[in-house]
Design a protein. Structure first.
Ligand code: ADP
Ligand code: MG
Lengths: 315, 326
């Protein structure tokens, strides 16, 4: 105990990380949810080629398969599942099991424990996405032939991780406030479902309305096509909400001068009609998206931290 | 290592602060006053029992000591440092076993000790040797690599003791270490606590069992309904209680004998037939004097015995018999 005081804080931090990683990686719930996500990614990779194979159609190479599939996890519900898997027990589980008592009476401050748990969640998600991205890339190369823009894969991984951290922050905040994992998981799911449904309804009646920039979720869809026109062959569209951080960042790096359109919907009599709501540069879209994501993450972590700091542990 | 005599300031030795210093601490849960203006001092190297029936406020006090709960008023210090607020520096110097502790189920006993040890800033080698030593000491040899989720209640108590000792702390705080164990387990855990006291650490442990405190401690604080009824050396607890009696039986009661008892200033006398019961107000042993006096008064002593004054009586008279039953 004598010479070890130096670097004691770093040691303590590493200990909290280890504690969290082992917790994350050994929970059946976590492993189960990871497997679900892995299955979806595998289906996405192999289902169509297999169907094609059995129906005798020759597979067409798709050089943007990896780009498309690393930028967004489809369905975006998977983002939420990964967030739930890593964070539903993060703080609430410690209270439920009573393990918070021996933990917080060790020479680690609440702040260090809290930071360690968040860093561990981030690294767990980052690790999961690195694995999924490598898997998608190798699978894509084998199945769909040479791929374009592979150098953007790391940016996509970071974007996906950030997008998931928004949901993770929501789940952690609910868990810290309620000290109940079920409330964290179901409440988080409620918020996910609520924003998704409201987003879908708004999109049907209003199109890519700007309110959706500021709620967590898929957000408005941006397109390089002209609103109301017939879709051109090489036009792309992508979601620009917090769920779309990966695609937004990848498109931004790929083509920094890109300008995108947001199309609105209005009704002429009973006939819906698409019209141009706004046009923006990709950098505006990306910076706003990153800003919104970061504000959500920081604000929710601050709320969680304040709740944890003033909590007395009565059991 | 640590300076046992405290830092030197100029030419003065600063006195060593008590290991535990609780001053005028109160704590309520809603309307329930769980700890009521408690004062408690535990000096270094003491083995101090914190004795009281269930619900006395022992765990509440201990949780305030280790920083889990905030007191409503008063101050708590451990080894001279405040424990309220978040003070990891002071926690570095103590080991704490919570009442019926719960640990992450997915970790093995050895992993738990290793991770907790790392939180104390211990090196890998230190952790490893200390953990295997402790696993042996608490009787979990061969089970260290099993997940805690598969441990029985007793094994969880044992790993609870081990984790409190992982950093070789100066002060060990144990909250009812033997609660919920079978009789054999209780004896084993008691022996472990005795072993800890032999290592020269300050030990503060709570219990609702008098016998346990009596066997292990040199000092005791008796708590009931949040109020401290006695705090001091174990040997003095009997003095506080007014229940000591001397019962003398003589062959035949005479006026001389009755008068002799009346002249005694050691307490009040009650007589029934040939038996005189002296309700003592002193801790002195007056048997020899009484026997000489009675002989001089021409009496023949048939029997003489002391009653009360044991720890049990003292404890019971302190807290009132009804509290123990609950
Ligand atoms: N979290 C809590 N909420 C409300 N009352 C509590 C809580 N913890 C303890 N108490 C009450 O405070 C009193 C003291 O409890 P405790 O400190 O656990 O006693 P002991 O450890 O001596 O058995 C008891 O009456 C108990 O019911
Ligand atoms: Mg208790």
């Amino acid at each position: 105990m004598k010479e070890t005081r130096r670097g004691g804080k770093l040691q303590a931090f590493l200990a909290v990380l280890r504690y969290e990683f082992l917790w994350n990686l050994r929970k059946k719930k976590t492993i189960g949810l990871f497997l679900i996500v892995f299955t979806f990614v595998t289906l996405r990779l192999a289902l169509f080629p297999l169907l094609d194979y059995f129906s005798g159609v020759t597979l067409r190479p798709d050089p943007s398969f990896v780009f498309d599939n690393v930028s967004v996890l489809q369905p975006t519900l998977l983002l939420f599942l990964l967030a739930i898997a890593t964070t539903m027990n993060t703080i609430s589980g410690e209270f439920e099991s009573g393990t918070i008592i021996p933990l917080l009476t060790k020479p680690v401050s609440k702040g260090l424990v809290f930071t360690g748990k968040i860093v561990a969640a981030f690294l767990t998600l980052l690790g999961a996405y690195i694995f999924l991205a490598v898997y998608t890339t190798i699978g894509g190369l084998i199945i769909y032939g040479p791929q374009n823009n592979l150098e953007l894969v790391p940016a996509g991984v970071l974007g996906l991780t950030a997008a998931t951290m928004v949901w993770a922050a929501i789940v952690i905040a609910l868990g810290t406030l309620s000290k109940n994992s079920m409330v964290a998981a179901l409440g988080g799911f409620g918020i996910y479902l609520g924003t998704t449904i409201v987003g879908a309804i708004l999109t049907i009646y209003l199109g890519a309305t700007s309110i959706l920039f500021y709620t967590p979720g898929d957000g408005p869809t941006a397109t390089t096509a002209t609103c109301g026109a017939v879709i051109e062959g090489n036009a792309t569209s992508f979601i620009t909400g917090t769920n779309g951080l990966g695609s937004v960042i990848m498109n931004w790096i790929l083509n920094p001068a890109l300008s995108v359109n947001f199309c609105g919907i209005r009704f002429r009599g009973n006939r819906p009609e698409t019209f141009a709501l706004s046009a923006e540069s990709i950098s505006t879209v990306a910076l706003r998206d990153i800003g919104v994501g970061v504000v959500y993450i920081i604000a929710l972590f601050v709320v969680s931290w304040l709740a944890l700091r003033r909590t007395q542990i009565t059991e | 290592m640590r300076n046992r005599f405290g830092p030197k300031v100029g030419n003065f030795e600063v006195p060593v602060p008590p290991a535990i210093d609780v001053e005028n601490v109160s704590k309520s849960y809603g309307k329930l006053l769980a700890v009521d203006r408690l004062n408690l001092k535990v000096d270094e190297k003491q083995v101090h029992g914190f004795l009281g029936p269930n619900g006395a406020g022992k765990s509440t006090t201990i949780k305030m000591l280790v920083g889990l709960l905030k007191p409503d008023s008063g101050s708590l210090r451990i080894l001279g440092q405040k424990t309220t607020g978040d003070n990891p520096a002071v926690r570095r110097r103590i080991g704490y076993m919570p009442e019926l502790p719960k640990f992450p189920k997915h970790l093995s006993g050895l992993e738990l000790l290793d991770i907790y040890g790392q939180m104390y800033g211990m090196s890998k080698e230190e952790r490893k040797s200390r953990a295997s030593e402790l696993i042996k000491m608490v009787g979990l040899e061969g089970r260290g690599k099993d997940r805690i989720g598969g441990y029985s209640k007793g094994m969880q108590q044992r790993i609870g003791i081990a984790q409190a000792l992982i950093s070789d702390p100066e002060l060990v705080i144990l909250d009812e270490p033997s609660i919920g164990l079978d009789p054999v387990g209780m004896v084993e855990v008691r022996d472990m606590v005795k072993d800890i006291t032999k290592t020269g650490k300050t030990v503060f442990f709570s219990s609702h069992l008098l016998g346990e405190v009596q066997q292990i401690c040199d000092h005791v604080t008796v708590l009931n309904k949040g109020v401290s009824l006695f705090s001091g050396p174990l040997s003095e607890i009997g003095n506080k209680a007014v229940s000591r009696r001397l019962v003398v039986e003589v062959e035949k009661t005479t006026d001389a004998i009755s008068n002799y008892f009346k002249t005694l200033s050691y307490g009040t006398v009650e007589s029934t037939g040939n038996t005189f019961t002296l309700h003592l107000n002193t801790t002195q042993d007056i048997r020899a004097e009484v026997s000489r006096g009675l002989t001089a008064a021409g009496g023949v002593i048939v029997g003489m015995r002391g009653e009360g004054g044991g720890l049990e009586d003292a404890f019971l008279s302190l807290i009132g018999k009804e509290s123990l039953a609950s």
